[in-house]
Design a protein around this ligand. Sequence first.
Ligand code: B12
Ligand SMILES: Nc1nc2c(ncn2[C@@H]2O[C@H](COP(=O)(O)OP(=O)(O)OP(=O)(O)O)[C@@H](O)[C@H]2O)c(=O)[nH]1
Ligand SMILES: [Mg+2]
Length: 397
Amino acid sequence: MSSPIRILTAVPICDGHDSAINTINLEFIRHGIEVIYLGYHRPVTDIVRAAIQEDVRAIGISSYNGGHVEFFASVVDLLRKKGADDIKVFGGGGGTITHDDAAAMRRKGVDEIFFAGTSLDDMVKFVHRRYGKPRAKRLRPKSFDQELAHRLSDIEQAYGTGKRKRRMSNAQRRTQMTKIANRKLQIANPKVIGFTGPGGAGKTTLIDELVLRFLHANPKGRIAILSHDPSVIGEGALLGDRATMINSQDDRVFMRSMATRGQAGGLSPATQDCLALLAQSDFDYVIIETVGTGQEAMPFQKNGIVNSTVLVMNPDYGSRLQLQKIVMLDLADIVVVNKSDLQRARTAHTEIEQRLEQNRPGRRKLGEGRDQLLVDTVAKRHRDSGVDRLFELIANR
Ligand code: B12
Ligand SMILES: Nc1nc2c(ncn2[C@@H]2O[C@H](COP(=O)(O)OP(=O)(O)OP(=O)(O)O)[C@@H](O)[C@H]2O)c(=O)[nH]1
Ligand SMILES: [Mg+2]
């Protein structure tokens, strides 16, 4: 079985018309395509950086506010400049793109423009026909990010085609790590931090705020993010975290979005190996975000590559009884009560504090017991003091 086609979609800068692309995204996903959605009001540089890091097959742009001939051409030109012209460009903009404009855009290297009245089915067929086959030949990577992106694709594809077992043994992983280490990527020793928690608790928003603080605190540092969204084997997925992560669209941030491709528990079959590769690469921090998880989830292996784990909780988890059932409350190094602006947050803090108290050294009948940290945040507020505190805790761990 071949891996799903991965494409990136976006709406250009100064354009808020996202309703068309949202409809098209959903149709693509329904037909087995993995769509990394970057959002609206996006500059050429963000689109090209994301496409290279995500190593997509093509970029689909939806443009309504004019300037499309120049905008599409700039995307094609920048891809060429970056040595990434194996990533193709296509798109539409209803009646705002005339047939003459479309002809000019094709001459400048755009693959296809879709006009008003085209059926969604025709667009899906186009993507499968044009981008469904594997690339004939890989271009030699021109940059560190490009090389890393290609290797992450190789790992993901090997799992997709069944060439690699669903989970490697530790011995196999060590061999793989040695092979990776022997290649040319610089070796570093980054802090690897795992973020998990229920769907919608604010993990992505929080990570983006932490990235902003990191970029300010370390003027030359680099950070990698491995982000997950759910999908079923052989089906498509909406990988939408980039649309929320505004601060993370930066040359010093390498971000990769992965679909779980049928694996339960919050991560993808290829995650461990992709994480191993990132952890061996030249980053100060590697951040991993799971999909929204349930009570039983414990996505990060004990003594694995992840150094610290952060459980992001929504204040609205139910009652104290629910807290007894959340396995990660025993395992996380830091527990965050996000959305502290909400009414129930104060009660949530007290209840979770009491729950963590049961894990403290001396309180546990079995095992050693541990000191866990509890932090309240409002991730959607800029300059939130709780997020500042979380950043300090992570930086000093
Ligand atoms: C809906 C709409 C809005 C909504 C947007 C909602 C949203 N969140 O998207 C609202 C009301 C908010 C809005 C606001 C504005 N709008 Co408006 N809007 C439209 C409208 C009516 C429909 C666009 C649409 O979504 N079509 C549905 C899609 C699915 O169909 P389609 O356009 O025919 O596209 C086909 C293909 O091209 C293809 N396609 C499209 N994109 C892509 C991408 C890919 C990857 C692929 C494969 C295919 C593809 O899919 C369709 C298949 O049949 C158009 C007029 C029109 N009839 O086109 C004006 C229009 C685009 N808007 C216009 C304007 C001027 C504005 C405003 C500036 C108005 C104002 N003065 O405030 C603001 C700007 C908003 C902003 N921030 O950018 C103008 C643009 C004029 C121009 N460029 O010269 C238009 C053309 C109206 C007009 N005739 O004046 N708008
Ligand atoms: N009120 C409030 N809303 C927030 C806060 N932080 C995030 N949100 C909102 O919560 C919603 C979900 O945020 P995300 O960051 O996407 O949550 P997530 O945990 O990454 O979601 P999944 O990846 O889908 O599990 C968004 O609408 C955010 O704007 C907060 O501190 N307070
Ligand atoms: Mg998220």
